[in-house]
Design a protein around this ligand. Sequence first.
Ligand SMILES: [Zn+2]
Length: 99
Amino acid sequence: MADDLPPLGGPAVARTAGPSLFPPAEQPAGEGPVCSRKGCRRTADRQLLWNNPRIHTPERRKAWASCPDHVAWFEEYLRDRGLWKETLPLTADRPMETR
Ligand SMILES: [Zn+2]
């Protein structure tokens, strides 16, 4: 006997609970930092602080912005070269900490 299970999910159940009071928390277009990874246009939500002791004084920090997908890539890149210092969130009240 063939199983006669109903399809999982089925038609999407659109819950129309009135107009949305809260718009999705997206960055407005053209606002906010963009991922520093070449070719990536996603909004960055964290920053990688690094320092190159050959060209920077020890207290100097360079910062790269990264989207969630590339933060591991940046960390590996910087750690490989001994430049990585820390990874911090990048938010409106915590802007890029370049100094
Ligand atoms: Zn990215």
